[in-house]
Design a protein around this ligand. Structure first.
Ligand code: SF4
Ligand code: SF4
Length: 513
């Protein structure tokens, strides 16, 4: 019957729907409900499970569709890779996602939680069906042979473990990529103990979440559930009970035959303590107080008590109640998707100040993001002064400065970069190592800048280091102060007279846009 063991024993929750009065965990075993929303959610769940599983294998523009490579500090989304120095792009994207969550929640409530969140999808459409298969249906008077055989429970945990292993691999594929993951799988754990431990830890976390923690993730751990009250208003779409129509709730007398034939097992007040008023049949509303909406709720709440933080908008109570209403020959929709205002008779309002403001902010952020993405530079370059003496004088009067140039290739192709010095007559830059940089890779190249002695004024000269690519897509000028002999005369403490080998970085570079 009920959603929990404790419910059947008559203890009503006072604080959390998943706690007894004594503060112990109420172990929820929600009764599955059949109906249009259950069917629709099942289809959505199958599609999403397929999508969650397949996405790490998909590629776009020769890159993973989605890869959050934390080790390499690279995030690839829909074929676009964000590097650590794409701070503005990443910040815009994150704020865009946050505002999008606010907009969707203000319009559709917790539709994500009930329909698309992996926690709900895997819990309600994988783990709970497995539980019912091995333990029997909740409230069933006679359990199946598997549950009676004594093998049901151990087999259930074996099945949980297998699913957790699959989930851990799928989850990690988003962070390490399928190539590295398949390498981990093929090699012996002894060859890669660290990655094996990561895999074990994630599998254990999945097992803990779906076998033990379950709805607690939604109720106490998920931050989204905690802040929904600031995102919802009285016009947001929520699962709501029509109090005007349902109250006062009460048992209906059984009649045989006809539309009003009630063949429901209606709980007695002692067995199912209702929270609302009870009524005689003559004055009763449509709610027969059968408690099926509570029995089916995966978070154990009674939606008749109004909007609650624990409600994940899964619509299971809608199906349960529609089934009851159909059986007793009354209109469905006593519990339905609606808004607080609409259910109280006010007109529906989709366009509200907050939805307009969220929409406008999203449009602005999306425009900025597209602009920043389309104008994203081919490379980012950092020039720092080399270690050791700031300059060296050669016999022919040439002064050389050592620099270190870090070039990050932000494209998906190999790029060969070139260097030259402009703005100082006779200056030359040479580098011993290749400037061919792998896609989304970096190269740190030591280089030497040679400048005629005559170019220096008071021990320094400002030069432009020009970096170009082999396709004429990229030119970047970086102003850099070169140190020369006059430095010794004017600023001895900062010059090559230092013998501690430390770099002198007073002339550190900055990029000209
Ligand atoms: S399922 Fe419907 S009729 Fe039964 S208790 Fe819930 S609201 Fe009332
Ligand atoms: S109250 Fe209804 S919609 Fe909300 S979590 Fe429970 S069953 Fe799902």
């Amino acid at each position: 019957m009920g959603a929990s063991e404790s419910e059947s024993s008559g203890s009503a929750p006072e604080v959390l729907s998943t706690l007894t009065r004594e503060g112990k965990r109420r172990w929820l075993c929600p009764k599955p409900s059949q109906g249009r929303f259950a069917n629709a959610r099942r289809i959505v769940a199958v599609v999403l499970i397929a999508v969650f599983t397949v996405v790490p294998y998909l590629r776009l523009n020769e890159r993973p569709l989605v890869l959050m490579d934390i080790g390499a500090r690279k995030f690839t989304l829909f074929g676009v890779t964000f590097l650590p120095n794409d701070t503005v792009l990443l910040a815009l994207l994150m704020v865009l996602v946050f505002v999008g969550v606010f907009l969707v929640t203000s319009l559709f409530g917790r539709v994500w939680c009930g329909w698309a969140c992996p926690q709900t999808v895997y819990m309600e459409f994988v783990f709970r069906p497995l539980e019912r298969l091995f333990d029997g249906k909740p409230g069933a008077t006679r359990k199946g042979w598997l549950a009676r055989s004594g093998f049901g429970k151990p087999l259930k945990y074996v099945a949980y473990l297998l699913v957790s292993v699959y989930l851990a691999h799928t989850f990690l594929a988003y962070f390490v990529g399928v190539e590295r993951l398949s390498e981990w799988v093929r090699r012996s754990p002894a060859e890669h103990p660290q990655s094996f431990l990561v895999m074990l830890g994630v599998t254990a976390a999945m097992m803990f979440d779906f076998a033990y923690f379950r709805e607690q993730t939604c109720i106490v751990a998920c931050p989204y559930g905690r802040i929904q009250s600031v995102m919802l208003d009285r016009d947001s779409l929520i699962v709501t009970y029509d109090r005007t129509r349902g109250e006062p709730r009460g048992k209906k007398r059984k009649r045989r035959g006809g539309a009003g034939d009630v063949s429901l097992k209606v709980l007695t007040p002692e067995a199912a303590p209702g929270t609302g008023p009870r009524a005689s049949e003559a004055e009763a509303g449509d709610c027969v107080d059968c408690h099926l909406c509570v029995a089916t709720c995966p978070t154990g709440i009674d939606i008749r008590n109004g909007l609650q933080m624990e409600c994940i908008n899964c619509a299971q109570c809608i199906d349960a109640c529609d089934g009851v209403m159909t059986k007793i020959g009354r209109a469905t929709g006593l519990i339905r998707y609606s808004s607080q205002n609409a259910v109280e008779g006010a007109s529906k309002r989709i366009v509200r100040p907050r939805t307009v403001i969220y929409g406008a902010i999203m449009a602005l952020l999306a425009s900025l993001f597209v602009f920043a993405l389309s104008t994203k530079s081919v490379a980012s370059v950092i020039v720092v002064r080399g270690r050791g003496a700031p300059f060296t004088a050669t016999a022919d009067g040439t002064i050389t400065n050592r620099v270190s140039i870090k070039i990050t290739n932000r494209t998906s192709e190999r790029v060969e970069f070139g260097l030259e010095i402009v703005g100082v007559a006779g200056a030359v830059i040479t580098h011993e190592e290749s400037l061919l940089v792998e896609p989304e890779g970096s190269a740190v190249v030591p280089a030497t800048i040679a400048v005629p002695f005559e170019a220096f004024r008071r021990g320094r000269v400002s030069a432009i280091i020009r970096i170009t690519d082999d396709r004429d897509h990229y030119t970047r000028d970086i102003e850099f102060v070169l140190m020369g002999p006059g430095t010794l005369a004017h600023t001895p403490s900062r010059s090559g007279a230092r013998d501690d080998g430390a770099a002198v970085n007073e002339g550190s570079s900055h990029e000209k846009p």
